[in-house]
Design a protein around this ligand. Structure first.
Ligand SMILES: Cc1cn([C@H]2C[C@H](O)[C@@H](COP(=O)(O)OP(=O)(O)O[C@H]3O[C@@H](C)C(=O)[C@@H](O)[C@H]3O)O2)c(=O)[nH]c1=O
Length: 189
């Protein structure tokens, strides 16, 4: 399993090792000791989530849970393809307000680790897309929050070269009403 730190420290792109044969392949998709050694994150993952999006150009995000229930997330795409994005909202961070993204597909088996203190979101690049992620804290509705996926101050590229079409975006009602960063109170002080 390979871990590559991205341009924002603490965000990792993870490539599991595949053992291929005539049947297909086997891989370990998560291993706690290897993950902790590579990232230094020892907070256990306590909840697994899966979402299914029927259409391409669906954006879920940008989401966070505020302290004391902030979540680190280990994200993968077992069917289809997504552009997965992490935005640094850690007050005082040198990379505050910056984003990194990774193409996660069922074929490349890549995973993105998004630490606590980040906004997280993804755009589906294919119909019939599943996203699975492990979380380091339980869902807490009262700590749930979001920021607009298309905030011009963030200027996120949701995967235009991979076919993402912003004019066709599919959003939840909640995400369509999300505030801009400049109008939002950051709970990560
Ligand atoms: C996230 C979550 C939602 N729910 C419920 C609340 C709501 O009624 C329903 C759908 O929730 P949402 O619309 O927030 O689902 P969704 O837009 O898919 O939200 C997710 O987006 C990605 C990008 C993340 O990073 C996740 O943490 C989560 O915020 O599911 C849970 O019961 N447990 C959970 O852990």
């Amino acid at each position: 399993m390979q871990f590559k730190a991205l341009d924002i420290p603490d965000v990792y792109l993870i490539t599991p090792r595949q053992f291929g044969d005539d049947r297909g392949y086997f891989m370990e998709s998560f291993r706690a000791n290897v993950f902790a050694d590579a990232t230094g994150v020892t907070t256990p993952f306590v909840q697994d989530n899966q979402s299914y999006s029927s259409q391409a150009n669906t954006v879920r995000g940008l989401h966070y849970q505020s302290p004391p229930h902030a979540q680190g997330k280990l994200v993968r795409c077992p069917q289809g393809a997504v552009m997965d994005v992490a935005v640094d909202i850690r007050t005082g961070s040198k990379t505050f307000g910056q984003w990194v993204g990774a193409l996660l597909t069922a074929d490349n088996c890549h995973q993105l680790f998004v630490p606590a203190g980040f906004l997280h979101g993804f755009a589906t690049l294919t119909p019939e897309t599943y996203v699975h992620y492990k979380c380091t804290d339980y869902y807490a509705a009262e700590c749930d929050g979001n920021v607009a996926w298309n905030d011009p101050d963030l200027a996120i590229d949701w995967g235009r070269v991979h076919g993402f079409d912003a004019s066709q975006v599919v959003l939840s009602t909640k995400d369509a009403r999300a505030p801009l960063m400049k109008d939002w109170n950051n709970p990560f002080t």
